[in-house]
Ligand binder design. Structure first.
Ligand code: GLU
Length: 479
């Protein structure tokens, strides 16, 4: 069975790039009947933060693509150290006692890339003696120097990869304080956790040469590797908080009112597109269509607003959320709407009880014009609250000659009428317009303006029934 892992380091918030890597891993696993592991790469204790871990977990949970297992790399430390010991014992690794800051940091021109060459040749007895005496050392992998050729693998996305052994440095496995490095911890975990496919950002491509050497030395089966193209901002630079602002952080999209399924759909299209180029896809359709071999090798661009730090999201992300919002089963949409109202402090328990049918109908009538959930409390304020404002155009509609007075009469008639349906409202409006010799549109536009402060929204008579008789009478009489 295929097993993939997403391995974020809790040293920063969950980034769009990380989330895209997660989505691709998840889609690959689900499309092949495999399992997804979340592995928190928390070996760098000095840089980990609780806040970052929370941002990663919150962001991933929000995406609503559940993982099957969760691991913390720090809890697996003894396995990493044991592996390093075994490699030292077999000679696949060696101790480098060069004091920190003194060694070679760059490759000498034309030479194979060794760190501190003398150390590689140190005899076992001397190496053991110095280690036993407590002299600190870095454990380094002994990259083959006696055979020509290099490390090679067939990447699922970037195809054949090759690197000469002489271009691979004797990389560290244990730091001088005894801590395992990323290369060691990641490789041991991939091996011991039975990872079959390592799918990660293209920035890790060169690490993979080291990882395959290490996997081989440790006797693990080699997983398949697939590297994903980088995400760039519209200016061609790598995504960064400094340049692109809060929009690189996943939880911000949640807070801005994106729908997880819309956002997942958006992320899935960053570096991949289905064969028929259909872009609007539900998660099961994504699972069905996803093929890792179709991942593109060109970097994907996230179309933020042009200016650095601009708060403008990629319009495609907004569009996709709007499309999903309109199409998804209303029952699945309601919990998100409830959240938005709760966050705004507008929630009333009766919206889950007596007024539930009203709440559902209101959302269903409003959603065809929404792109983001948050618009429920901005553009749709008048449907939930009495303290709404008037747009300039709506005000103009109220200023038209005779409109206010006619709306007052309409209020009285609606109040007096027993019926209050879209049809009955329409009749009242049309007969009043006929009596006064004005176009019905004048009253329709006027009442929409009075009831919502806006000039657009659900169909004019539906607006009345969503807002309800009592509130309509009050609002029409108050203009
Ligand atoms: N913790 C590493 C990172 O966040 C994991 C890389 C990998 O997938 O191996 O970049």
């Amino acid at each position: 069975m295929n097993r993939v892992r997403f391995a974020p380091s809790p040293t920063g918030f969950l980034h769009i790039g990380g989330a895209r890597t997660y989505v691709f891993n998840w889609l690959y696993a689900r499309s092949t009947g495999g399992q997804v592991l979340l592995r928190i790469d928390d070996t760098d204790a000095g840089r980990n933060t609780e806040e970052s871990l929370r941002s990663i977990l919150d962001g991933l949970r929000w995406l609503d693509l559940p993982w099957d297992e969760q691991h913390f790399q720090s809890k697996r430390r003894s396995s990493h150290v044991q592996a390093a010991r075994a490699l030292l014992a077999s000679g696949a690794a060696y101790r480098d006692f060069t004091p920190e800051g003194e060694g070679q940091t760059e490759r000498a021109a034309g030479e194979p890339w060794l760190f501190n060459p003398g150390m590689r040749e140190l005899g076992t007895a001397e190496s053991d003696r110095r280690a036993d005496s407590g002299e600190p050392f870095v454990a380094r992998f002994r990259v083959p120097r006696d055979r020509p050729g290099g490390a090679t693998f067939k990447d699922l996305v970037y195809r054949k990869q090759f690197r000469r052994f002489s271009d691979i440095e004797d990389f560290a496995l244990l730091r001088s304080n005894g801590d395992p490095t990323y290369h060691l911890a990641s490789t041991v975990d991939d091996g011991e956790l039975g990872i079959t496919h390592v799918i990660r950002g293209q920035d890790h491509l060169t690490n993979t040469f080291k990882h395959i050497l290490l996997l081989e030395a440790l006797g693990f089966d080699r997983p398949a590797f697939g590297h994903l193209p980088l995400l760039l901002g519209p200016d061609g630079s790598k995504l960064s908080k400094r340049r692109h602002g809060a929009l690189v952080s996943v939880t911000n999209y949640r807070d801005m009112g994106f729908l997880p399924r819309g956002f997942v759909n958006y992320l899935s299209l960053l570096g991949w597109s289905p064969k028929n180029n259909q872009e609007l896809l539900e998660v099961p359709q994504l699972v069905e269509a996803f093929r890792i071999q179709q991942v593109l090798r060109t970097n994907a661009v996230v179309q933020f607003g042009d200016k650095p730090g601009s708060a403008q999201c990629d319009p495609k992300a907004v569009w996709l959320t709007g499309q999903h919002l309109r199409r998804m089963p209303i029952g699945q949409l309601m919990p998100y709407c409830e959240h938005v109202l709760r966050d705004a402090g507008w929630w009333l328990d009766e919206l889950a009880g007596r007024r539930r049918p009203w709440f559902i109908e209101a959302v269903d009538s409003l959603r065809s014009r929404l792109n983001l959930l948050s618009e429920l409390t901005t553009r749709c304020r008048a449907y939930f609250r009495d303290d709404y404002g008037f747009e300039a155009k709506a005000r103009n509609n109220l200023e038209k000659s005779g409109v206010r007075e006619m709306l007052h009469v309409l209020a009285d008639r609606l109040d007096a009428s027993k019926e209050f349906t879209e049809k009955s409202v329409e009749q009242e409006i049309r007969s009043l317009a006929a009596e006064r010799g004005v176009k019905a549109g004048l009253l329709i536009n006027g009442s929409r303006a009075a009831l919502t402060g806006q000039t657009v929204g659900p169909s004019a008579f539906r607006v009345f029934t969503i807002i309800g008789k009592a509130r309509c009478v009050k609002r029409l009489s108050a203009v």
